[in-house]
Design a protein around this ligand. Structure first.
Ligand code: NAD
Length: 687
């Protein structure tokens, strides 16, 4: 298995190219120091492509760290995007630009050479041509147009080009593609990734997008007295998706060039120039309103027309830009409205959850409510609720790091439970007349909580984090693709777990939405899904749940078979609750481990059902009121009497309130068929 290393893969063009690479079957590893980007980009690429992307937060100038990546992954080629790119800034901080861009490229080329990796695609720029209008017959600009950058940024690009040409001149086995981009615009049509300029945008469309969303007052048009049809300058704007595809074409060209090395330049542009007003009008149309602008004086260094001649790329790379300015404007507006502040979310943070791992797959994602009172941390491992805190008081049982969650005696603390929660007798699952043997993991030959490799042990992709200030809530969306045959379950199932951390004024609440679908690709017609969260709560700020008052909405529960705790099929009444369905929990009793039922189980997606309070709990010491609301027809109430996590937690350290379906029994079970959606919604409120 070989990999393509993408430097600067968290950036604007790099991220779109990573998506194209994955879509074209390449394995990708990303290196980025995140100086002008965010790790959220990688997370979103993973969700978009449904693939984990190995990522390393490394500066290219760190030779040894970079070398380690080459030792860990068999790298076949490098797409080198990483650079600082702001023209104006480069004139102010030329040394930074030379050391970052030129120094970074030299460091990369050295590591490549030392590791015998000699295929590179380099992000150059039309800036290397400088003012091509100074020559006759050089518009549209061909690759043989003499270069002559007019700023330090452009100088770094031509310098790196020259270095690459020298490396090739010395060793003709190198294969080097130098791509000179014109003006990349637009965003991924999914609205998940796009350009997120920090500070004041330097380019026309990102600036316009901020005007449209209300972050800037108006667009300044620099001169309308040029000799064009509307007086504004002409540039060659290329959709970032087309640009990304140009990299796949260049890479394939290098790989197909079998006999010897090469070093060649290609322009990536459309060949069609557009004026500033044409782009402005196209964007206004995408937004659906006329945006404010003002014509001001010409900008130093601007010239009439810088359009590419892309024929060389068209013929040699067999690549041609396909998308229009209207497409780019539509995609940019979609991205902007979905992410008005780009990737910036103030009340979200993450840390590595597995300190021993070099990669960052296992992260701990923390969101705080706007009132600062309530905070929830979720790990990618099992989309697990690792910590929930109200005014600094921890409300649940959990470990500090991934290692704890991997312990044999971890009783599913906080984890997402699937594909089928609770027990299946003998692991015999009957779906539409077919028996499936699913993973057995208990002594009595039962399958518990999805078997030995249930959802609690999987690394979820995500989270995609979004915040809604009006609703005072922040969501973290995790995704898992559970493949056909895993633990014996049929069908590829896509499961989304969406956590919402919401301000309730006096406290906060955590919403958990589950959504699952059977994916067409697996060729199965039906499967089984039943999901819940296995948090152990303790609202007394003490080692035991003793003293907690609990009140349930129902005293009816499923009768369970004493041998293997699976349901007999009967519903019985609890004798451990008083006439109000409430109980005070003591040090040893009453003992509960029942699936209480509150209504009939009659649908696969309960999300449109009434969200009802099913349990309330209070503790006199902390006076915390804990309310569980759900759309689900049942909930497991367990007083944690079997908890024995040596040296950490003992019995009755926490209790569970797992909103769920009825425990699996063919009598009640509803299969998930092709085209259908499984869904539920539960809230844990703490005030
Ligand atoms: P970007 O800033 O969005 O992406 C560049 C990425 O490189 C960022 O994620 C940044 O964090 C990273 N990076 C910078 N220096 C690094 C270093 N020393 N080590 C590791 N990572 C580092 O920019 P972009 O628009 O995606 O541009 C990508 C490439 O294309 C750049 O080389 C740029 O010069 C070139 N280019 C861009 C344009 C444009 O208009 N966007 C036009 C022509 C060429």
């Amino acid at each position: 298995m070989s990999y393509i290393l993408v430097t600067g893969g968290a950036g604007y063009i790099g991220s779109h190219t990573v998506v194209e690479l994955v879509n074209n079957g390449y394995n990708v590893v990303v290196v980025d120091n995140l100086v002008n980007s965010s790790y959220d980009v990688i997370v979103r690429i993973e969700v978009l492509t449904r693939k984990q992307i190995p990522f390393f937060k490394i500066d290219l100038n760190d030779h040894d760290a970079l070398d380690q990546v080459f030792k860990l992954y068999p790298i076949q080629a490098v797409l080198h995007f990483a650079a600082l790119k702001a023209v104006g800034e480069s004139t102010k901080f030329p040394l930074n630009y030379y050391s970052n861009n030129v120094g970074g490229a030299i460091s990369l080329l050295k590591v490549m050479e030392e590791n015998n990796v000699k295929n590179i695609v380099f992000s150059s720029s039309a800036t290397v041509y400088g003012d091509a209008t100074r020559f006759e017959n050089m518009i549209p600009i061909p690759e043989h147009c003499p270069t002559g950058p007019t700023n330090p940024y452009g100088e770094t690009k031509i310098t790196i080009e020259n270095i690459i040409r020298d490396v090739y001149a010395n060793d003709k086995s190198w294969k080097c593609a130098i791509l000179r981009y014109f003006n990349p615009i637009g965003a991924h049509p999914s609205g998940l990734i796009g350009e997120d300029p920090l500070g004041i945008p330097n380019n026309l469309l990102p600036f316009l997008a901020q005007v449209a969303i209300g972050r800037r007052e108006k667009l300044s048009v620099f001169g309308s007295d040029y000799n064009s049809k509307d007086g504004t300058p002409i540039r060659d704007y290329i959709h970032v998706i087309d640009l990304a595809k140009g990299h796949i074409a260049a890479l394939n060209y290098l790989f197909n060039h079998k006999d010897n090395g090469l070093c060649r330049e290609w322009n990536l542009g459309t060949g069609n120039g557009s004026t500033v007003f044409e782009v402005f009008n196209a964007f206004c149309e995408a937004v659906g309103k006329k945006l404010p602008f003002e014509v001001v004086g010409r900008r130093d260094g601007d010239v009439l027309n810088l359009t590419a001649n892309p024929k060389r790329a068209n013929t040699e790379l067999k690549w041609k830009a396909q998308l229009s300015i209207n497409d780019a404007c539509k995609d940019l507006w979609n991205w902007t409205t979905k992410n008005p502040f780009g990737f910036q979310i103030n009340n979200y943070s993450w840390t590595k959850f597995d300190s021993e791992s070099l990669t960052n797959y296992d992260r701990l994602n923390t969101v705080r409510t706007f009132n600062g009172k309530f905070e929830v941390s979720i790990s990618n491992h099992g989309a697990t609720i690792v910590a929930a805190k109200l005014n600094g008081i921890k409300l649940n049982l959990g470990f500090d790091n991934l290692k704890g969650y991997l312990r044999e005696d971890n009783p599913f603390f906080g984890a997402t439970i699937g594909r089928v929660a609770n027990r299946i007798s003998k692991g015999d699952l009957l779906i539409n007349g077919t028996h499936y043997q699913v993973g057995l993991n208990e002594l009595h030959r039962t399958s518990l909580h999805g078997g030995t490799y249930g959802y609690n042990k999987r690394t979820f992709l995500g989270p995609i984090v979004k915040t809604n200030e009006k609703e005072k809530e922040t969501t973290m969306e995790f995704v898992l693709i559970d493949l056909d045959g895993t633990e014996g379950y049929p069908g590829d199932v896509e499961t989304k777990v969406i956590y919402t951390v919401r301000d309730t004024g006096v406290g906060g609440e955590l919403g958990i939405e589950y959504e699952a679908k059977l994916l067409e690709e697996s060729g199965r017609d039906s499967t089984a899904v039943s999901l819940t969260n296995h948090s152990y709560w303790n609202i007394g700020n003490q080692p035991s749940i003793e003293g907690t008052h609990i009140k349930l909405v129902s005293n009816k529960h499923l009768e369970s078979n004493p041998l293997d705790s699976t349901p007999t099929g009967k519903i019985v009444t609890s004798t451990d609750l008083d006439s109000q369905n409430s109980a005070k929990l003591g040090p040893d009793g009453p003992v509960f481990d029942y699936c209480f039922v509150t209504k009939q189980q009659d649908k696969l997606d309960t999300r449109n059902d009434e969200l009802r309070v099913v349990a309330t709990a209070t503790h006199p010491k902390t006076r915390i009121a804990f309310t569980t609301l759900t759309t689900e027809p049942a909930f497991q109430f367990y007083t944690g009497d079997g908890v024995d996590v040596a040296g950490v937690f003992t019995k009755r350290s926490g209790f569970c309130l797992e909103a769920s379906r009825y425990i699996y029994n063919p009598k009640w079970f509803i299969p998930l068929n092709k085209g259908e959606v499984y869904g539920s919604y539960t809230i844990y409120r703490f005030e």
